[in-house]
Ligand binder design. Sequence first.
Ligand code: AP5
Length: 244
Amino acid sequence: MADEPLRSIGPIILLGSPGAGKGTQAKRISARYEIPQISTGDLLRDNVRRGTLLGLQAKNVMERGDLVSDDLVCDMVAQRLRQPDCARGYILDGFPRTAAQAAWLDKFLSSKVFDNSKGDNSSPGNWLPIVVRIEVDYNKLSLRLTGRRTCPTCGRIYNIHSRPPRVDEVCDFDGTPLIIREDDRDEVIKERLATYERQTRPVAEYYKAKGRLFSVNGDLPVDEVSETIFHDIEAYSDGTAGSR
Ligand code: AP5
């Protein structure tokens, strides 16, 4: 029998405070539905590493734990979403993060024509985003962030407390020495958490009012969080879910 065509999923937005597990879950969603993870943090860090004009503009802001300007980030996201690998859907990890970014995305999505030729969802309404908010007890976030280690080669995320690599400070998958993110220092973490409360938490309310928000308990083990998210995505795609 011929392979089933891959189903179109549309945009999935992951919201949640720094350390909530957006990157961890985005990688799992990406693997399950074969759609790309678009992390604005990763894209910005890549620009900083390469010393591009965007990277130079973003570097100091990121080191302080503030947000990069809406215009710069929206232009960067628009460019990425026009790539062909986004045709069936994608995961936005860390975007939108302000009311202005959310309004920009709504406008972008309503003007965007997706290639549905390989999917079974032909109604434009199916391209409304599924918004998943991962909620974690505030007191656990700092420990998660200071314990985080990342593989600079494959992007795998570890945690010295809850998900340690088999060999200390080395990636299980490719043997690369793990790194600590520049902004995972106590003083910057404090500022990032405050920025989230001030500017990003209201974005969840924006989607809640539109009936598109699903909240999941991110305090649970990683596999359990993933199962809940997969369930919500599939129920939403089938039209059997109401937001919560
Ligand atoms: P960004 O890179 O997006 O960072 P963030 O939002 O602060 O989120 P993190 O990546 O720190 O956490 P996460 O939720 O992905 O958690 P993770 O899965 O790694 O942004 C960085 C900066 O870029 C911003 O401060 C800003 O300056 C700029 N920027 C980015 N986007 C922007 C935008 N749209 N507009 C303007 N500026 C922007 O998990 C964390 C740790 O917890 C890991 O060690 C992991 O192993 C562990 N963990 C995960 N899940 C669990 C679990 N269920 N149980 C136990 N441990 C877990």
